[in-house]
Every structure is written in structure tokens, then in C-alpha cells.
Design a protein around this ligand. Structure first.
Ligand code: ZN
Length: 321
């Protein structure tokens, strides 16, 4: 009797479980169907991210025009475009830059005050060796008379996944500027960003050697002549990792809509036009409308409004550099 009742109760249990199992099965099937439907629906939406033809027409126009000038590689442009398109929904990238400077590392906060800059002179070049650890790192000046310590390598961050790098503290501002410009239908294609000290050194030395034989110059004279074409190692803002050369849609960058946009907005992201014709006697560099250098949002606005170049502005406010 006991066994029978047990069996009966088992049978009853089985019978009672069946509808539950059926419902569970139906629910499971429904979930699978929804998942499959979602996947099928999502697949075509992924493709446009890798398809440049899906870009808005204004960008496609820019892209085509970019390819007509010799400087940028079209493959690079495509990869930038893809990354930007993918990155757009991210809140991190689209948020406005804060007014404060990026958080300094502990190493930087213990750096000497600007009044106590640690500088020395390189006996080989006669140039001042700048203090790369100064607290206001965004104001470091390199030029014909001031160079980075030999072999200086900044901590770098890649820009927009395009294989070009800037100092890690500067890169986020370039990315924010790029996205803001893109929202206005302007593509600020990064062309030349960070260049290593060694690469600058090799290029400069090669040109010096070439001038020695080509013009029958001694090494000192050849170096001076080479410096008019390639900046000596450590004296370029590209070695510092603070500057970006930006491509335009025309061969003359100063007549492009990209340049016009930068003139209007670059300071909002901390960048200044570094080399103008007017200031060539001070900077020693030919006008470079494509070369934009980071100094921080606060200083970019002040420098822009002052009409002074970086060296003049720092002199005017008594900040040593
Ligand atoms: Zn440049």
C-alpha cells in the first residue's frame, strides 16, 4: 500500500509538472526566438560602421577631398572615420572638456615651482635644456634656443585609434576637439602628431650630411642650414607630443573650412596656432596654419586674446620657461 501510494503520488507529481515544463519550454523558445530576431536585426546595423559610404554626405565630401591632397594616406582616414563613428555614443568622449587641467600625476605635483625651474645648457648645442617635470607642463617651450633632454620620450596616448600619438595629457583634448568639429561637419584629420627624438635626430643628421657634400660645407655650417628645413632633435613640439599637424581639404590649409573652424574653436580645447607669419621673427618658424599646439584651455584663450605668440605671452605675464 505504501509503495502504491508513493507510486501514485509520483504519477500525480509528474502529471502536475507537465504543464509547468511545457510553459518553461515555450518561454525558452520565445526567448531564443527574440534573441535570434535581435541578432538578425542588429547585424546590418553593424556594417555601416565599417562602411565609409554610410558617413554623412558632408564627411564623404571631405574624405574625398582629403584624398586629393598628397599628405594623408586614405587608409588611415578610413580607420579614423571608423573609430570615430564607433566611439561617438560614448559619453566619455562626447562630454565637454572640463575647465580644469587633466589630473597631474603625483610626480608632477611635487615638481619645482616655475620660479625654480631646473634648466641647464647642452654644451654640444648651446641650447637651454628645458625642465620637462615642471608643474605647469602645458607651458613648456621648445624652440631654436631651447631643447628637450636628450632622448626624451613622453608618456603617449593614441589618438582616435588612428596610429598617431600625443602626450597622454593632451590626447583627450584633441579627441574632444575632433568630435566637436565633426559635429559641425568638419573633419580634423590628424596628419603629424608625436615624432620620436631619435627619428628627428636621424632625419636632421642625414640632412646635415647631405648638405656637407652637396654644398661642400663644414659640419657646423651644414647643421645651421639643415635646421632651416628640419628642426634639430628635441626642439620640435612634435618631439614634445603637444602638437598636431592637421590635414585640410585644400592644398593651402589657411583657406580651408577646417582652418576657419580651428581659428574659431581650437582654444576651447586648449590649442593655439603656434607659428604665424607675423611672429616668425620670434619663433623662427615659417607660418604653419596646420600646426596646433596644446597649452591648456585657460592659456589658449588668454594667448589667443592677447595676440601674442607663446614666448611673448609668457614673458608678458612673467612666467619663466
Ligand atoms: Zn607641426
Amino acid at each position: 500500500m505504501n509503495n502504491q501510494s508513493v507510486n501514485r503520488s509520483h504519477k500525480k507529481k509528474k502529471t502536475r509538472l507537465k504543464p509547468g515544463a511545457a510553459i518553461a519550454l515555450v518561454v525558452l523558445l520565445a526567448v531564443v526566438c527574440v534573441a535570434v530576431a535581435l541578432l538578425l536585426h542588429k547585424s546590418p546595423a553593424v556594417d555601416p560602421l565599417t562602411d565609409s559610404s554610410a558617413s554623412p554626405s558632408s564627411e564623404s565630401t571631405t574624405q574625398t577631398s582629403d584624398e586629393s591632397i598628397s599628405e594623408p594616406a586614405s587608409s588611415t582616414d578610413t580607420s579614423i572615420e571608423n573609430v570615430i563613428t564607433t566611439a561617438e555614443p560614448s559619453n566619455d568622449v562626447t562630454t565637454e572638456p572640463t575647465k580644469s587641467e587633466p589630473v597631474p600625476t603625483s610626480e608632477l605635483t611635487t615638481a619645482p615651482h616655475p620660479d625654480e625651474l631646473v634648466t641647464s645648457v647642452n654644451p654640444d648645442t648651446g641650447r637651454i635644456v628645458v625642465d620637462v617635470n615642471r608643474e605647469d607642463w602645458n607651458l613648456i617651450v621648445v624652440n631654436a634656443g631651447r631643447e628637450l633632454p636628450e632622448g626624451y620620450t613622453p608618456q603617449l596616448k593614441e589618438i582616435l585609434g588612428c596610429g598617431k600619438y600625443l602626450d597622454y595629457r593632451v590626447a583627450p583634448y584633441y579627441e574632444q576637439m575632433y568630435l566637436a568639429a565633426k559635429a559641425d561637419g568638419i573633419i580634423l584629420t590628424p596628419y603629424s602628431a608625436y615624432r620620436s627624438y631619435d627619428r628627428q635626430k636621424n632625419n636632421y643628421n642625414n640632412l646635415t650630411k647631405s648638405y656637407m657634400s652637396q654644398y661642400n660645407l663644414n659640419e657646423a655650417d651644414a647643421r645651421v642650414k639643415a635646421a632651416t628645413v628640419i628642426l634639430p632633435p628635441g626642439t620640435s613640439e612634435h618631439n614634445l607630443g603637444y602638437a598636431m599637424d592637421i590635414c585640410g581639404t585644400e592644398s593651402s590649409f589657411s583657406s580651408t573650412k577646417e582652418y576657419a573652424w580651428l581659428q574659431q574653436h581650437a582654444h576651447e580645447y586648449g590649442f593655439i596656432l603656434r607659428y604665424t607669419a607675423e611672429k616668425q621673427p620670434i619663433t623662427g618658424i615659417i607660418p604653419e596654419p596646420w600646426h596646433w599646439r596644446y597649452v591648456g584651455v585657460e592659456y589658449a584663450e588668454k594667448i589667443k586674446n592677447s595676440g601674442l605668440c607663446l614666448e611673448e605671452y609668457l614673458d608678458s605675464i612673467g612666467v619663466p620657461y
